[in-house]
Design a protein around this ligand. Structure first.
Ligand SMILES: *Cc1c(COP(=O)(O)O)cnc(C)c1O
Length: 396
């Protein structure tokens, strides 16, 4: 395979050269002030990307999954009840983690392709007059199905029910890609990792805790050591970590947040939206449909594309790699073999995305699917011609 090709899996994402260089660092003393000059700007940058004034940011050597564990072990106690919907592989795995920690998960089953049912949450929360539910878990972007849920609506469900449960949000494949408002949406914990919207190699769990969440830490009794945010907070106060920090990745995070903020978050989101729309136009030109049930659920970071019944979608992913050295995402869990995924998050341009669309077409034609070469590319080209600022109009 060629490492020159961009990848179209929904994480890890393409790493810009400037970030590859930023993570490649000589060893520095992580107990010296030099380290503080990396750590604090990285934490500040994350806070801005989360659109939070109030959150405290903690970054662990781990991955997004460790971020889930940080959220639940610091805030909950054995036998606590939490509310979550299962609408894809990632929401499923977070639920499974809660159950393995001895939490009682009230699961709302949703068809894969649907989002979080905020109205149903409101009914459940309203009925819970004893406030047994301690936390609501929400996966903002279901990476397995390409579904974006409405976190503001989940917040309204809690508010309408006048329910005090904490709101824990998995933003692993939305943060740094599309609109995410930690303070405005009353999010108590935001979770992400380094290898999706932040365009870095895997290796960091990144979490933000609201003041309300910070206040709940002392009374939570689930066992925690490595992920105890109290130890981490003590470390930060002394410019350090409770253990050896991944300095190169943290330096990468400092530079990555700077890149996103320099581009301006609204432009980052507009770029993801434009690129995603081009992919969606290609999908409809192919006569295919998305796993996401309705346009308001369409994700701007990943598209899961349904293949014809009886056709194994994994063949597309395997053939793309074998024949063209291009990576797409397989279907996971309940939709394994039924969808393939085009990841369009992180460091991507319109032109890079066109190469992925073109490759997907060659693959599908090779495998005998009724797709016309160039059809999706043309549809996406028409969309991308508007450019980043309507450039074709200026040229004309
Ligand atoms: C990738 C992903 C995760 C898991 O992150 P890891 O870094 O692989 O542990 C969790 N949630 C969502 C929505 C994801 O996309």
């Amino acid at each position: 395979m060629s490492a020159q090709n961009p990848i179209f899996i929904p994480g890890p994402t393409n790493i810009p050269d400037v970030l590859r260089k930023a993570v490649d660092m000589p060893t520095i003393d992580h107990r010296s002030p030099l380290f503080g000059d990396i750590l604090h700007p990285a934490l500040d940058g994350v806070k801005k990307v989360l659109k939070s004034e109030r959150a405290e940011i903690f970054v662990f050597p781990s991955t997004g999954t460790g971020g889930w564990e940080t959220a639940i072990t610091n805030l909950l106690s054995a036998n606590d009840t939490v509310l979550a919907s299962r609408n894809g592989m990632f929401s499923h795995r977070w639920i499974d983690m809660c159950q393995r920690h001895g939490l009682n998960v009230q699961v709302v089953m949703q068809d894969w392709g649907e989002g979080i049912p905020a109205e149903r949450f409101e009914e459940i929360l309203t009925a819970d007059t004893a406030h047994e539910i301690k936390a609501v878990l929400a996966t903002h972007n279901e990476t397995a199905t390409g579904v974006r849920s409405d976190i503001a609506a989940v917040r309204r469900a809690l508010d309408n029910a006048k329910h005090p449960a904490l709101l824990l949000v998995d933003g692993v494949s939305s943060i740094g890609c599309y609109d995410f408002r930690m303070d405005e949406w009353g999010i108590d914990v935001a979770v992400t990792g380094s290898q999706k919207g932040f365009m870095l190699p895997p290796g960091l769990a990144i979490v933000g805790f609201s003041p309300k969440a910070l206040a709940a830490v002392e009374s939570a009794n689930l066992p925690r050591t490595f992920f105890d945010i109290r130890d981490m907070a003590k470390g930060y106060a002394a410019n350090g970590y409770p253990y050896t920090p991944p300095i190169g990745l943290l330096n990468g995070l400092r530079v990555a947040t700077g890149m996103l903020l320099d581009e301006k978050l609204e432009n980052v989101f507009a770029r993801h939206h434009r690129i995603a729309e081009g992919v969606r136009k290609a999908v409809s030109a192919w006569g295919m449909t998305l796993c996401a049930a309705r346009p308001e659920l369409y994700s701007d970071s990943v598209s899961a594309i349904r293949t014809p019944v009886g056709f194994d979608a994994n063949r597309i992913v395997a053939h793309a790699m074998n024949a063209y050295g291009v990576a797409f995402g397989t279907g996971l869990g309940d939709v394994a073999g039924k969808v393939f995924r085009i990841g369009h998050l992180g460091s991507l341009t319109d032109a890079m995305t066109l190469s992925g669309i073109a490759t997907a077409e060659m693959v599908m034609v090779d495998l005998g699917l009724p797709v016309k070469l160039g059809s999706g590319v043309a549809a996406a080209q028409e969309h991308y011609r508007q450019g980043m600022s309507g450039a074709h109009k200026k040229a004309a």
